[in-house]
Design a protein around this ligand. Structure first.
Ligand code: AKG
Length: 285
């Protein structure tokens, strides 16, 4: 093991998530926050989203409101170094074994005074893989209090149902519908708040979401998804995205592992996928 104790590993196995206080040291935090400032500055020249900066509908040049930086590792060398070689890769290796495959990364801002809700969902239905090893590691770049829309997880939900993220008529929505949500133990939700540098980990099967950000402060959460080396995505969502599918640790396995349980499929996004915020709101972006 590099960074996790046996207790932490078995906690993840049992509950499907981890919260690691101040896991990222201040030098890395400073480098990442400096990179974030460059994107915010760049957004002051934008009226609408571009390939590296997605803005909220009410964004203006004088009052930036950033929603997401998609594929962070493609857009800044500090993000690339962090996502492919940083301390969270040790964490991924502890959880996934010696062969670790990078899937994607993004920075969800949740701007202050209303940064948008992420409705309850599981991730794997957005990007099904041959097995259920994928997990997402989040880094809070600022302190996150209960009013700043911390991520909420439902412990143990990774061992229960996989929901069709669709409305009762079968139309994909990207979130769990009310009838299915009634079967989720929402009273058990744990809100993962913590100081800057704290790290969240959640299984790709975990039911999770977050409220609107009602504080005046933004809540930048840098997210990276990795899988075990013996998993492969089965849709083309990340085709052509730099580094997606590459091993960040270990070597190519001689065989892939297939889990038995069927995974509900997403629609064919046909290259139009921008963010969970847009999908859940069915915005054309
Ligand atoms: O930003 C958040 O609070 C949650 C993000 C999330 O669940 C996702 O992007 O899948």
């Amino acid at each position: 093991m590099h960074v996790l104790s046996e207790e932490e590993l078995s906690f993840y196995e049992r509950h499907g998530y981890l919260m690691l206080d101040r896991f990222i040291a201040s030098d890395w935090l400073e480098r990442l926050n400096d990179a974030v400032e460059e994107f915010i500055e760049e957004s002051r020249h934008l009226d609408q989203s571009n390939a590296s900066i997605l803005v909220e509908p009410s964004h203006t040049r004088s009052t930036p409101r950033l929603r997401r930086i998609p594929h962070t590792v493609m857009h800044h060398p500090e993000f690339e170094a962090f996502g492919l070689c940083g301390p969270i890769v040790d964490l991924a290796e502890d959880l996934l074994g010696p062969n670790v495959r990078f899937h994607h990364s993004k920075l969800n801002f949740k701007w202050g005074d209303g940064g948008e809700e992420v409705k309850w969902h599981q991730d794997i239905q957005f990007w099904p893989h041959t097995n259920y090893s994928p997990l997402t590691i989040g880094v809070y770049l600022h302190d996150v209090t209960e009013h700043m829309a911390p991520m909420g997880v439902v412990p143990g939900s990774h061992k229960r149902s996989l929901y069709n993220l669709a409305d009762p008529e079968g139309n994909w929505t990207g979130f769990i519908n009310d009838a299915d949500l009634a079967t989720v133990n929402l009273k058990d939700v744990v809100w993962l708040k913590g100081p800057a540098g704290s790290v969240t980990v959640h299984s790709c099967r975990m039911v999770h979401g977050s409220a609107p950000n009602i504080s005046p402060e933004m809540r930048p959460l840098l997210l990276h998804t990795y899988s075990a080396g013996d998993a492969k995505p089965i849709t083309n969502l990340m085709d052509g995205i730099a580094f997606s599918g590459e091993l960040v640790r270990g070597e190519e396995p001689s065989a892939y592992r297939y889990d038995d349980e069927p995974c509900p499929m997403p629609p064919d996004f046909k290259g139009s996928y921008s963010s969970i915020f847009a999908v859940q709101k069915t915005e054309a972006e």
